[in-house]
Design a protein around this ligand. Sequence first.
Ligand code: ZN
Length: 197
Amino acid sequence: MDTAPLKIVFYPHPALRHQSKPIKRVDADLKRIIREMFTLMYEANGIGLAANQVNLPFRLFVINLAAVPDEGEELVFLNPVLSKPKGSEEYEEGCLSLPQLYAPVLRPKQVMVQAYNLRGEEISTSLDGMLARVVQHEYDHLEGVLFTDRVKASALDEVQPALDSFTSEFDRLRQQGEIPSDEQIAQRLQQWEQKYC
Ligand code: ZN
Protein backbone atom coordinates (compact mmCIF):
# COMPACT_ATOMS: atom_id res chain seq x y z
CA MET A 1 0.00 0.00 0.00
CA ASP A 2 1.33 3.40 -1.02
CA THR A 3 1.27 5.55 2.13
CA ALA A 4 3.36 8.46 0.84
CA PRO A 5 2.05 11.93 1.83
CA LEU A 6 -0.93 13.01 -0.24
CA LYS A 7 -0.53 15.50 -3.07
CA ILE A 8 -3.09 17.30 -5.18
CA VAL A 9 -3.04 15.94 -8.73
CA PHE A 10 -3.52 18.18 -11.73
CA TYR A 11 -5.42 17.84 -14.99
CA PRO A 12 -5.18 15.53 -16.95
CA HIS A 13 -4.17 13.04 -14.21
CA PRO A 14 -6.25 9.86 -14.76
CA ALA A 15 -7.46 9.79 -11.10
CA LEU A 16 -9.56 12.86 -11.98
CA ARG A 17 -11.52 10.69 -14.44
CA HIS A 18 -12.00 7.81 -12.01
CA GLN A 19 -15.55 6.97 -10.93
CA SER A 20 -15.25 6.66 -7.18
CA LYS A 21 -16.66 3.83 -5.08
CA PRO A 22 -18.67 4.14 -1.84
CA ILE A 23 -16.68 3.83 1.37
CA LYS A 24 -17.61 0.82 3.48
CA ARG A 25 -15.60 1.58 6.59
CA VAL A 26 -13.86 4.45 8.37
CA ASP A 27 -10.72 3.82 10.41
CA ALA A 28 -7.91 5.89 11.92
CA ASP A 29 -5.96 5.88 8.63
CA LEU A 30 -8.93 7.25 6.70
CA LYS A 31 -9.42 9.95 9.35
CA ARG A 32 -5.76 10.89 8.97
CA ILE A 33 -6.24 11.07 5.18
CA ILE A 34 -9.22 13.41 5.64
CA ARG A 35 -7.14 15.63 7.97
CA GLU A 36 -4.41 15.72 5.31
CA MET A 37 -6.99 16.67 2.68
CA PHE A 38 -8.05 19.70 4.75
CA THR A 39 -4.40 20.71 5.18
CA LEU A 40 -3.71 20.48 1.42
CA MET A 41 -6.91 22.38 0.65
CA TYR A 42 -5.93 25.23 3.01
CA GLU A 43 -2.38 25.36 1.64
CA ALA A 44 -3.84 25.82 -1.84
CA ASN A 45 -6.41 28.40 -0.64
CA GLY A 46 -9.27 26.16 -1.72
CA ILE A 47 -12.79 25.77 -0.34
CA GLY A 48 -13.37 22.17 -1.42
CA LEU A 49 -11.34 19.05 -2.21
CA ALA A 50 -12.49 15.65 -3.43
CA ALA A 51 -10.68 12.34 -2.87
CA ASN A 52 -9.99 11.97 -6.61
CA GLN A 53 -7.93 15.14 -6.42
CA VAL A 54 -5.49 13.47 -4.03
CA ASN A 55 -5.36 10.33 -6.15
CA LEU A 56 -7.77 8.29 -4.01
CA PRO A 57 -10.83 6.42 -5.34
CA PHE A 58 -13.34 7.19 -2.55
CA ARG A 59 -16.76 8.86 -2.56
CA LEU A 60 -15.62 11.51 -0.17
CA PHE A 61 -15.00 15.26 -0.22
CA VAL A 62 -14.21 18.00 2.27
CA ILE A 63 -15.37 21.63 2.26
CA ASN A 64 -14.70 24.76 4.28
CA LEU A 65 -16.15 27.86 2.64
CA ALA A 66 -13.89 30.06 4.81
CA ALA A 67 -10.78 28.52 3.12
CA VAL A 68 -8.75 28.88 6.35
CA PRO A 69 -8.36 26.63 9.40
CA ASP A 70 -10.09 27.71 12.64
CA GLU A 71 -12.62 29.74 10.68
CA GLY A 72 -15.87 28.66 9.09
CA GLU A 73 -17.07 25.07 9.39
CA GLU A 74 -15.16 21.98 8.28
CA LEU A 75 -17.58 19.71 6.45
CA VAL A 76 -16.87 16.09 5.51
CA PHE A 77 -19.22 14.32 3.08
CA LEU A 78 -18.95 10.52 2.85
CA ASN A 79 -20.92 8.66 0.17
CA PRO A 80 -22.96 11.73 -0.83
CA VAL A 81 -26.11 11.47 -2.94
CA LEU A 82 -27.64 14.52 -4.64
CA SER A 83 -31.30 14.94 -5.52
CA LYS A 84 -34.06 17.47 -6.21
CA PRO A 85 -32.07 20.02 -8.24
CA LYS A 86 -33.97 23.32 -8.55
CA GLY A 87 -33.44 26.46 -10.59
CA SER A 88 -30.25 27.35 -12.41
CA GLU A 89 -27.51 29.91 -12.03
CA GLU A 90 -24.26 30.72 -13.78
CA TYR A 91 -21.21 31.47 -11.65
CA GLU A 92 -17.46 31.47 -12.14
CA GLU A 93 -15.70 28.35 -10.87
CA GLY A 94 -12.13 27.26 -10.38
CA CYS A 95 -10.54 24.00 -9.26
CA LEU A 96 -7.40 23.07 -7.31
CA SER A 97 -6.63 20.49 -10.02
CA LEU A 98 -6.75 23.22 -12.69
CA PRO A 99 -4.90 26.08 -10.95
CA GLN A 100 -5.47 29.65 -12.17
CA LEU A 101 -8.23 28.63 -14.57
CA TYR A 102 -11.68 30.14 -14.05
CA ALA A 103 -14.81 29.89 -16.16
CA PRO A 104 -18.57 30.34 -15.74
CA VAL A 105 -20.55 27.18 -15.10
CA LEU A 106 -24.33 26.78 -15.16
CA ARG A 107 -25.67 24.65 -12.30
CA PRO A 108 -28.88 24.14 -10.34
CA LYS A 109 -29.25 26.83 -7.66
CA GLN A 110 -30.51 24.44 -5.02
CA VAL A 111 -29.92 20.80 -4.39
CA MET A 112 -30.63 18.23 -1.70
CA VAL A 113 -27.67 16.28 -0.31
CA GLN A 114 -27.65 13.08 1.73
CA ALA A 115 -24.33 11.90 3.09
CA TYR A 116 -22.56 10.66 6.21
CA ASN A 117 -20.19 12.70 8.33
CA LEU A 118 -17.10 11.38 10.12
CA ARG A 119 -19.12 10.45 13.20
CA GLY A 120 -21.23 8.16 11.03
CA GLU A 121 -24.27 10.43 11.35
CA GLU A 122 -26.52 10.87 8.35
CA ILE A 123 -26.67 14.40 6.95
CA SER A 124 -29.75 15.20 4.91
CA THR A 125 -30.20 18.82 3.98
CA SER A 126 -31.29 21.21 1.28
CA LEU A 127 -28.50 23.50 0.05
CA ASP A 128 -28.42 26.77 -1.81
CA GLY A 129 -25.93 29.56 -2.54
CA MET A 130 -22.19 28.88 -2.50
CA LEU A 131 -22.45 25.64 -0.55
CA ALA A 132 -24.86 24.17 -3.14
CA ARG A 133 -22.40 25.08 -5.89
CA VAL A 134 -19.31 23.71 -4.14
CA VAL A 135 -21.06 20.45 -3.19
CA GLN A 136 -22.12 19.95 -6.83
CA HIS A 137 -18.60 20.73 -8.08
CA GLU A 138 -17.05 18.26 -5.61
CA TYR A 139 -19.71 15.63 -6.33
CA ASP A 140 -18.79 15.87 -10.02
CA HIS A 141 -15.21 14.95 -9.11
CA LEU A 142 -16.46 11.65 -7.63
CA GLU A 143 -18.04 10.90 -11.02
CA GLY A 144 -14.83 11.78 -12.86
CA VAL A 145 -16.32 15.05 -14.14
CA LEU A 146 -14.46 18.39 -14.15
CA PHE A 147 -16.00 21.86 -14.23
CA THR A 148 -14.40 22.45 -17.60
CA ASP A 149 -16.61 19.62 -18.96
CA ARG A 150 -19.59 21.83 -18.10
CA VAL A 151 -18.33 25.05 -19.68
CA LYS A 152 -20.57 25.99 -22.57
CA ALA A 153 -19.23 25.71 -26.10
CA SER A 154 -18.92 29.50 -26.55
CA ALA A 155 -16.57 29.80 -23.53
CA LEU A 156 -14.52 26.72 -24.40
CA ASP A 157 -12.31 28.67 -26.80
CA GLU A 158 -10.99 30.61 -23.82
CA VAL A 159 -10.50 27.50 -21.69
CA GLN A 160 -8.88 25.21 -24.27
CA PRO A 161 -5.42 26.87 -24.39
CA ALA A 162 -5.11 26.47 -20.60
CA LEU A 163 -6.16 22.80 -20.83
CA ASP A 164 -3.58 22.26 -23.58
CA SER A 165 -0.82 23.75 -21.46
CA PHE A 166 -1.80 21.57 -18.45
CA THR A 167 -1.56 18.58 -20.80
CA SER A 168 1.92 19.56 -22.08
CA GLU A 169 3.15 20.02 -18.51
CA PHE A 170 1.68 16.65 -17.49
CA ASP A 171 3.38 14.95 -20.47
CA ARG A 172 6.67 16.64 -19.63
CA LEU A 173 6.56 15.48 -15.98
CA ARG A 174 5.65 11.98 -17.07
CA GLN A 175 8.57 11.85 -19.50
CA GLN A 176 10.81 12.82 -16.60
CA GLY A 177 9.42 9.87 -14.66
CA GLU A 178 7.68 12.07 -12.07
CA ILE A 179 4.22 10.72 -12.89
CA PRO A 180 3.58 6.95 -12.99
CA SER A 181 2.05 5.20 -16.01
CA ASP A 182 -1.75 4.91 -16.41
CA GLU A 183 -1.49 1.22 -15.46
CA GLN A 184 0.42 1.99 -12.26
CA ILE A 185 -2.09 4.69 -11.33
CA ALA A 186 -5.02 2.34 -11.96
CA GLN A 187 -3.36 -0.37 -9.90
CA ARG A 188 -2.82 1.98 -6.96
CA LEU A 189 -6.46 3.14 -7.06
CA GLN A 190 -7.56 -0.49 -7.06
CA GLN A 191 -5.47 -1.25 -3.98
CA TRP A 192 -7.12 1.59 -2.06
CA GLU A 193 -10.55 0.42 -3.24
CA GLN A 194 -9.86 -3.06 -1.93
CA LYS A 195 -9.02 -1.60 1.47
CA TYR A 196 -12.02 0.71 1.96
CA CYS A 197 -14.73 0.11 -0.66
ZN1 ZN B 1 -12.43 20.82 -8.39
